[in-house]
Design a protein around this ligand. Structure first.
Ligand code: PEP
Ligand code: MN
Length: 366
């Protein structure tokens, strides 16, 4: 059972809820605060035998906004009816329904020059968020595995020099979180990092607990490619249950030959499902969904169309592969857009986002 309090409510209401809960047998109250970019929501979760407790016991308390029985097991990331999505802030960047964030960048870091050209291009177009893979989980052990910890000092330095605020960077083992932390400190916190959990590690529970136990970095959780959405949501809950609530959920397509000729079957019809079921900002990765640079008869790339499909459905973040010289990319060059395409891509994304904002406003006033 989840008891949601009015935003900004005082501790006395929390105390009152807990006092009443203490009188009930076999029930333990747990207090959760969701510190968002714009407001803080407090919930008291009653764990245990709550089946027989009538909601009225708590509904009458001044300052209690609502009481819901929760059937989903992902209770921390879950939205619970009308509970709001408060978003979060990290290194001066706001994440949430009201912001559009484009994390465009290199699938895998290769050279300083490419990192420099990428960051420069982004900041020139008003983008301070990027993706830079240092640790690459590859299908073949003989494929390029990423430059690892060795590239972190110069990646952070170059990004910081250009004014990049957040780099989405995949981690595949707990030790890499520490490597990032150390390199970032040594760079004088030149930039910020969002820890990316790749689809292959969506159920790597030890890794999820590690990124959940640290409080410094937000986490971008990518859905598992071959498990149900429900299983991905439960896996994502591990991060929140371990103490870190700053999470964004990323759709990236699912594994199925039915998606061919695309790399994966694009699953962006799940954007509204995630917005309904969770309080997390929803990200889409059109690059790893589509996987190649196909174009429609008008010359518009399938990656654009997939981006549009996610944004028109309410996604507020996009993770997208760009490369200054895609023929030389060591990983996923064929799916990357190029720097000259950046302004056109951003204009496209912003137009679709504007259409979505209109749709949302019309729905709210209907
Ligand atoms: C990536 O974004 O670099 C990546 C490997 O994606 P995914 O985990 O979705 O395959
Ligand atoms: Mn890739």
């Amino acid at each position: 059972m989840v008891i949601t309090l009015e935003p900004g409510i005082g501790q006395h209401v929390v105390d009152e809820v807990c006092r009443i809960a203490a009188r009930l047998d076999g029930v333990e109250p747990r207090i959760h605060r969701f510190e968002g970019a714009t407001s803080t929501v407090t919930e008291v979760h009653l764990v245990g035998h709550t089946e027989r407790i009538p909601p009225e016991v708590f509904e009458g308390i001044p300052g209690v906004r609502g009481v819901v029985r929760v059937s989903s097991t992902y209770r921390l990331i879950g939205r619970h009816g009308e509970g709001e999505s408060v978003g979060f802030e990290y290194n001066g960047v706001r994440f949430g329904d009201d912001e559009l964030l484009i994390f465009a960048g290199l699938c895998a870091v290769d050279t300083r020059e490419h990192v420099d050209l990428m960051c420069k291009g982004l900041v020139e177009h008003g983008i301070v968020t990027t993706r830079m893979g240092a640790y690459k989980p590859r299908t073949s052990p003989y494929a390029f595995q990423g430059l690892g910890a060795e590239c972190l000092p110069w990646v952070f330095e170059i990004a910081g020099k250009h004014g990049i605020k957040v780099i989405s960077m995949e981690v595949t083992s707990p030790a890499q979180v520490q490597e990032i932390q150390i390199a970032l400190r040594e760079s004088g916190d030149a930039t910020g990092v969002m820890l990316q959990i790749g689809t292959r590690n969506a159920q790597n529970f030890e890794l999820l607990k590690e990124v959940g136990q640290q409080q410094e970095f937000p986490v971008l959780f990518k859905r598992g490619m071959g498990i149900t959405l429900e299983e991905s949501l439960n896996a994502c809950e591990y991060i929140a249950a371990s103490g870190n609530g700053r999470i964004a959920f990323c759709l990236r397509g699912v594994k199925s030959h039915l998606g061919e000729p695309h790399r994966n079957l694009v699953d962006f019809a799940h954007v509204p499902v995630l917005r309904r079921q969770t309080r997390l900002p929803v990200c889409i990765d059109p690059s790893h969904s589509v996987g190649r640079m196909f174009r429609d008869p008008d010359g518009v790339a399938d990656v654009y169309h997939a981006t549009g499909q996610g944004l028109i459905s309410g996604a507020s973040m996009v993770l997208v592969d760009f490369h200054p010289c895609r023929d030389k990319a060591l990983c996923d060059g064929p799916q990357a857009l190029t720097i000259p395409e950046l302004p056109g891509y951003l204009a496209y994304a912003r137009r679709v986002r504007a259409a979505w904002l209109d749709i949302r406003e019309a729905a709210a006033s209907a």
